[in-house]
Design a protein around this ligand. Sequence first.
Ligand code: PRX
Length: 653
Amino acid sequence: MSNNIESVLKEDRVFAPAEAFSSAAHVKSMEEYEELHRQSIEDPETWWASQADALHWQQRWEQTLDWSEAPFAKWFVGGKLNACENCLDRHVREGRGDQVAIHFVGEPGDTRDVTYNELLGRTCAFANALKDQGIKAGDRVLIYLPMIPEAAIAMLACARIGAVHSVIFGGFSANSIKDRLEDSKATAVITADGGWRRGSIVPLKANVDEALEGENTIEKVIVLERCSNEVTMTEGRDIWWHDATEHMTDECPAEAFDAEHPLFILYTSGSTGKPKGILHTTGGYLTGTGSTFKYIFDHQQDDVYWCTADVGWITGHSYIVYGPMVNGATQVMYEGAPNFPDWNRFWEIVETYKVSIFYTAPTAIRAFIKAGDEHVEKHDLSSLRLLGSVGEPINPEAWMWYYEKIGGSRCPIVDTWWQTETGAIMISPLPGATPLKPGTATRPFLGIDAAILDETGQECGPNEGGKLVVRQPWPSMLRTIYGDDQRYKDTYWNEYEGIYLAGDGARTDDDGFFWIVGRLDDVLNVSGHRLGTAEVESALVSHDAVAESAVVGKPHDIKGQAVVAFVTLKEGIDGTPDLNKELRNHVGAEIGAIAKPDEIRFTPALPKTRSGKIMRRLLKEIVATGKVSGDVTTLEDKKIVDALIASGENGNG
Ligand code: PRX
């Protein structure tokens, strides 16, 4: 194993938490963390029950964990609660109704402050509208909205009535909506006329219309007016959000749902062409997101928190909607791009709202580094007290820049490792306790039994590369892949008996800190977003001109990985620059702009083993180094190597 997964990073810098930060933090020292972690691993149920107790249960659970049908977990068996009530009503009841829940900043510059009172009233009215449109508990509802407060309202309204939301990132195409609709068999879509992105309107409603052409299960489409762009409304199916809510009261009882009632499905890429519908349920998910938000962001009542993710990703679900709102946080929500109208945007927002906790992705940090320090230096960022990173390993240079330029060398950085599947952060510093080293997510969260195993299932020693696993169930774990229990078992539980396989390679260092190396499967991480190579490949071969394709990642300064596609064309078709462009756009239309290959290289054939398997290792090496140094003895046709290398040099990419 150790020769397969190697980490060459050597990082010696250590940043101990400042005394002033530690003394006020929820966990104050490494000794305290070690002791809590030891106890929580010896007896996870007691630890997690103590965290679930922070929620409002309409009926308390009888059994903390039922793992008798592993890997299908049941947490808080017999307990009943309402996710929306936990996010909203509770704070209003406790007298925090006038507190701002969301400071909203639209891309064109419009701003609104939404209090917990208002958020509750509007969510209830919208929940009533959903019921009025015939949507009931258990129904699946697709949400395809911009980053605006109504996205949170729509999610929480679904949760309130027990409907299962499935949010689709606004950058995905009509085809991606269609795939998710077919898999989830949703009956309603909540969308907007459009959303703002870099000054243009993303035609959300038109994309939905295209996805709904032909037979499908959708009965209702609710359309929010955001950009006032022209849209077509289909009689009987489509209704404006404002019309649907017009006569609705802002009171809607928060019905009690079983702890294991499905809360949402979120689709993510895997190693096949079909995205997986990750299913999360209510009680465990709220326990995981609520407790991690409190401890890892060290949330205090007067904080102003800002997570720059989109609600279309798991980070937006867990750390814009559920985690912060369970804790009654005040947060900033921003609709648009980090560099619109220019690179000052983020820092202006931090300054205006006196943001104290800031959570973003390494790809954004690298883009800011490239844009130049002057945009940062113009702004007063002294309100910041904690920074976070998520989505991919943060390279030490980016970490140092983030620490010094954004955090003024005073803010701890929590590098948080987790996944759509884990629901909540799994490995991360506790900012008042953990000494930080640039590039490592450090130690597992309380109650999380993470380890690194070799091929035989033995735990790896320090500095030995292996597979990252979690040895005990945790409350916010996915419950299954929607509609495909077998794929759930095969993907996560087949490698080691009863142990969750994350799909990442990692090592621990001499201090037991976890260093994530990257994915072990054919999944790319592009700008912190997961992208299956098989998805891009199947989009490419769906084009008439394409015979075959193989997609690999290439190291990229800002995105982390860029998408490179090797494409063989059908007989008689020429690989012209026009076709190259057409294929890129085709992938954009099939999946979404994030999946557009950065490079397409036409090649007469793909490198295959005698058994017909594409040798990706070879392609990865070619895109990264321009040559092949490894073993090619298993290659069926060795002449192809020169053509593949030339495909990058002859400028057809
Ligand atoms: O490879 C790991 C990487 O992102 C994957 C999960 O992707 P996704 O489900 O889209 O969720 C991203 C946001 C939680 C992981 O398997 N990853 C995520 N965070 C980190 C990371 N790799 C290293 N360090 C991180 N902090």
